[in-house]
Design a protein around this ligand. Structure first.
Ligand code: GDP
Length: 387
């Protein structure tokens, strides 16, 4: 998208241009992260675009360390950018901040739309802030890429939490593959830790691959379910239950209480037969009412108990290290894919090979061989491509 064709929102860093992600899904009232508000559900700026001072790497680093929310917001915008120049600055910023990362408890939260994720996060986050915590809420929602709309962002969410000084809410980055969204969210998580947030909640929808991705970036994974949603396990695959360190049956209030209790007992039975998500930890089902707040402190006590137990056993650190290594591999694959697609030889030859394969003139495997024979090792040295 050329910058001249469209007026850019004012959260775009100065110099923002080609390749920069200029769409953020709607859903959170602007101003929550120190960025000027641009209204709900619109990318149209309400005020004229003012060119802002470009920040140096040092400015970003100092601002994030000082917990400056406006600069944190801009640093996140930087890591979300697809512009290679921004990516280079983002790498420097992340490198400098690396020693200050790792200090938060990272909690993934999933559940089908309507299960009450945002109500729960609002309730838990507000309670945690009241307990003196600093809470960052991130979202991983690749649906905005696939469908043009976002499952997590179609309404104003977490209004109360977003008004607190000690909370920071960032919607899902948009554009690109799940891998791209995951990279941006993971780096955002690190920035939030460097800014002093000691609890990071990463929300995702329980309807695809994204929960596996989120599981790979958090310490504790929480699955929110509701009673009596009809079909067995609410379309949540057994695989997702196997990722969970805790199941919360939400909406355990009013007339729904007996059904919630029955569902909890049912999930508890299911869990009994499954392999635990984390070695040395037995996953249990609990009830909660995100609406009334009943059971929310108890749910957090489970997270704390988990962190304590896992730190004593060493599993906490072991998991983080293996997540880092898995992350390294994911980044290598992402970088290779990107460089491959941008390689001039690939761009020149691939369309012809696609046609040849489509017309049955050449087998796909042979086409791959031909292509790779032409793409020499400049693919690996190519410094231009950025993820
Ligand atoms: P999400 O799509 O998973 O984020 O779900 P929401 O948080 O938007 O909740 C969906 C609907 O369920 C909303 O109308 C909420 O008010 C309602 N809801 C959420 N939690 C509770 C709860 O604990 N009890 C009751 N009765 N309703 C709830």
């Amino acid at each position: 998208m050329a910058t001249s064709e469209k007026q850019l929102p004012d959260w775009v860093p100065s110099g923002g241009g080609e390749g920069f992600t200029t769409e953020v899904m709607p859903g959170v009232v602007g101003g929550h992260d120190g960025l000027p508000g641009s209204g709900v559900g619109t990318n149209t700026p309400t005020r004229p675009v003012v060119k802002r001072r470009q920040l140096s790497v040092e400015d970003y680093v100092a601002g994030v360390i000082a917990g400056d929310r406006a600069i944190l917001g801009r640093a996140i915008t930087l890591v979300e950018s697809n512009n290679p120049e921004h990516a280079a600055i983002a790498r420097e910023v992340l490198k400098s901040l690396q020693p200050r990362t790792g200090g938060a408890v990272r909690v993934g939260i999933t559940g089908v739309p309507g299960a009450g994720k945002s109500t729960f996060i609002e309730s838990l986050g507000t309670w945690l802030c009241g307990q003196g915590h600093k809470v960052a809420v991130l979202a991983v929602d690749p649906s905005s890429t696939r469908t043009g709309g976002s499952i997590l962002g179609d309404k104003t969410r977490m209004e109360q939490l977003s008004r607190l000084d000690t909370a920071f809410i960032r919607p899902s980055p948009s554009g690109g593959t799940l891998g791209g969204v995951a990279r941006k969210s993971r780096e955002t998580l690190l920035l939030c830790e460097a800014a002093g947030f000691d609890v990071v909640l990463v929300e995702t929808v329980g309807v695809g691959q994204s929960e596996v991705t989120v599981r790979s970036m958090v310490d504790f994974f929480l699955l929110i379910l509701i009673a009596g949603a009809g079909d067995e396990l609410q379309g949540i695959k057994k695989g997702v239950i196997e990722l969970a360190d805790m199941i919360l049956v939400n909406k355990a209030d009013g007339d729904n209480l007996p059904r919630a209790n029955a569902a909890r007992a049912e999930y508890e039975r299911v869990l009994h037969y499954l392999r635990p998500a984390t070695e040395g930890w037995q996953t249990h089902a609990h009830t909660v009412s995100a609406l009334t707040g009943e059971g929310v402190p108890e749910a957090w006590a489970v997270v704390q108990k988990f962190a304590e137990t896992m730190k004593i056993s060493g599993q906490f650190t072991t998991r983080r290290h293996s997540q880092d290594v898995a992350w390294l591999h994911a980044l290598i694959e992402e970088a290779l894919r990107q460089r491959f697609r941008q390689h001039p030889t690939v761009q020149a030859l691939l369309p012809g090979l696609e046609t040849a394969v489509m017309q049955g003139e050449i087998a796909a495997s042979l086409a791959v061989e031909q292509l790779f024979a032409q793409v020499d090792d400049t693919l690996l040295r190519s410094g231009k491509a950025q993820t």
